[in-house]
Every structure is written in structure tokens, then in C-alpha cells.
Design a protein around this ligand. Structure first.
Ligand code: HEM
Ligand code: 2O1
Length: 290
């Protein structure tokens, strides 16, 4: 059965906005991380990885139980590099001991996206920390070396459509790959900490060459020093995916709208929020300056 979200005793929008602001201020302070990319992309990746263990067939995994805090999940080779995001969040968890890990990991991704000028992401609290025994086994996160049919089948486990898959992968406009984490390298050139539709523009505008990188893995490189994973490039090789790449490359607003919906679905997969009321939409730091 679905996990039932539980209201946090008397916590309201103001309380969660305080957590949002603490994360957002720390993002601004610690801007030198990863060659001045900052922690934003890493926090977004953490929010996806804690949710991407979900399996709709038995409702196991997913963001609800906050099981990334346990060694078994944190040490999944697919999670290499996310120790940085987890370390970044430790003082936030100490300052707000009442928030569950599942809520913190997902709220951190929402905060990072909004602070990187992404769309407003409606977010609902109520995830409850699960026991270590409920930690999903390693191997539920995707393999970057694969093709379009693999990507379609993989996301089928969450019940995602082609359109949702392409929108979600647009998050690869952020940050970069690190050879020591995933065996892929680059791009420094296009590695950004601003949320845009540039991933789709890059896919269509650059001419990509499949090359072996220093780790012996094949990746697509462009003259400008941009890169794409094989699973990224699959989005233009597969005709059904390609039409959404073209849509989002032309229309950033459509991308923002569809990404928001798919990302909320990813973060809430497997959770019944019942009548816990509507989602919170947080103000960015800039919107609170005045
Ligand atoms: C087919 C599915 C996917 C594959 C195979 C994949 C693979 C990867 C790999 C290999 C990296 C580089 C990690 C490193 O070396 O540090 C990466 C980074 C990243 N991924 Fe994905 N990813 C997928 C889907 C997603 C989704 C759905 C999101 C978010 C909605 C996402 C967000 C990110 C972000 C923001 C980064 C940059 C992290 C950083 O700069 O530290 N990815 N991904
Ligand atoms: O084209 C880009 C922009 C910068 N970041 C990425 C791109 C393509 N694929 C990626 C795959 C994983 C992480 C970052 C990127």
C-alpha cells in the first residue's frame, strides 16, 4: 500500500520557509564548491536519487523513508559524489531536528531549483523516517551507458510517459559529470548553476562525436567541450523522445511547466498525502528581500 503522509505537529508554511531559507542562504555562502558551480546541482541530484529507488510494483523505495541516511543506500556506487550534498545538509538537519530526512532531501532539491531560477515547485511535507531494514537494495538507479529503449523501460517503473521522461532529463542543464564519481567527464564549458532549457538546445545544436573517455567509457563530445551521456543522446536518437526535445528547445516555458509536474510526481511517487491540504509554494530569497 502507499505510504501515508503524516502532518508534522503544528508546522506550517512559515516553518518550512525557514528551512528553505537556511538551505538557500548556505547555497549563496558556499558558492566555491566544484569550481564555483556550487551545491545546487548536487542537491537536485540527491533529491532525484532518493526518489529514484521507487518501484511501483511493490511500492518499495522512494523518498518517503529517508533511507539515504543509512550506509547501504549512501554507499551505492550510483550515489558516489552525493556525500557532498549530504554533508551540506547535516547542519540544516541539526538546526531543524523536527523535519524528517525524506522531507529534507526533497525540500533541498526544490530549494536549489528555485534558487537557480527554475520554476516554482509545489512541495508537500509528511514523509516519515523508516527503519534501516526498509532501505532499498543497490542497483535501482539508472545506467548512463544505455539507449532509448532502456531509458523508456527504466522510467516505466515509475509510470512515467515519454514526455515526462524528456522533461525530467532537462535537469541535466545543471552541473557536470565527474570522472571519479561516475566514470564520465565534463562539461566544464556548459556546466551551469542556472536552470534553463539549454540541455535541449545543446542536444540539437551541437554536432556530437561518440568518443571513449579516460575511464574507457563512451560519451558524446562536441567541439565546444560539451558532453552528453549515451542516455542523454538517446533522447535525439529515439523519434518519440526527439519530438519533446524539439518542443522544449523552442519553448522554455513549456519545459518549465512540464519539468515542474514531472519532478513533483518523482518526489511524491508512492506517497498518499490524503487530505493533508494543498502543497506549499516557497518564496525565493530574492522575493523576500523587499
Ligand atoms: C536516464 C536517467 C539518468 C541517468 C543515467 C543520469 C546519470 C547521471 C550521471 C552519470 C551524472 C554525473 C554524476 C557525477 O559524475 O558526479 C549525473 C549528474 C546529474 N544528474 Fe543525472 N541521470 C539521470 C537522470 C536525472 C534526473 C531525472 C535528474 C533530476 C531530475 C538528474 C539530475 C542530475 C544533476 C542535477 C546532475 C549534476 C550533479 C552535479 O553536478 O554534481 N539526473 N546524472
Ligand atoms: O549539456 C549539458 C549542460 C551541462 N551539464 C550537462 C549537460 C549534458 N549532460 C549532462 C549529464 C549529467 C550532468 C550534467 C550534464
Amino acid at each position: 500500500a502507499l505510504h501515508l503522509a503524516k502532518a508534522q505537529d503544528g508546522k506550517s508554511l512559515e516553518d518550512f520557509q525557514k528551512v528553505y531559507n537556511a538551505i538557500a542562504e548556505k547555497l549563496r555562502d558556499e558558492d566555491e564548491f566544484d569550481g564555483y558551480i556550487g551545491y545546487g546541482p548536487n542537491l537536485v541530484r540527491l533529491s532525484w536519487h532518493v526518489s529514484g529507488t521507487f518501484d511501483k510494483n511493490d511500492n518499495s523505495g522512494g523518498s518517503f523513508g529517508g533511507t539515504y541516511r543509512f550506509k547501504k543506500e549512501a554507499d551505492d556506487p550510483a550515489n558516489k559524489g552525493l556525500q557532498n550534498a549530504a554533508h551540506f545538509l547535516e547542519p540544516i538537519a541539526k538546526k531543524f531536528p523536527w523535519i524528517s530526512h525524506g522531507d529534507l532531501y526533497t525540500l533541498a532539491g526544490v530549494t536549489a531549483l528555485q534558487e537557480m531560477q527554475g520554476p516554482k515547485i509545489p512541495w508537500r511535507p509528511g514523509r516519515v523516517d523508516a527503519d534501516e531494514k526498509d532501505t532499498p537494495e543497490n542497483g535501482r538507479l539508472p545506467d548512463a551507458s544505455q539507449d532509448g529503449s532502456y531509458v523508456r523501460h527504466y522510467f516505466g517503473r515509475f509510470g512515467f510517459t515519454d514526455q515526462e521522461i524528456v522533461a525530467l532529463l532537462g535537469a541535466h542543464c545543471l552541473g557536470k559529470t565527474h570522472l571519479e564519481n561516475s566514470g564520465y567527464e565534463g562539461p566544464w564549458g556548459a556546466a551551469t548553476n542556472t536552470f534553463t532549457n539549454e540541455f535541449f538546445v545543446n542536444l540539437l545544436n551541437e554536432n556530437w562525436k561518440l568518443e571513449k573517455n579516460e575511464a574507457g567509457n563512451k560519451q558524446y563530445n562536441s567541439e565546444k567541450g560539451y558532453m552528453m551521456l549515451p542516455t542523454d543522446y538517446a533522447l535525439v536518437q529515439d523519434g518519440k523522445f526527439r519530438k519533446y526535445v524539439e518542443k522544449y528547445a523552442k519553448d522554455q516555458d513549456a519545459f518549465f511547466e512540464d519539468f515542474k509536474s514531472a519532478y513533483v510526481k518523482l518526489l511524491e511517487n508512492g506517497i498518499d498525502f490524503g487530505k493533508l491540504g494543498k502543497a506549499y509554494v516557497f518564496k525565493t530569497l530574492d522575493e523576500q528581500d523587499s
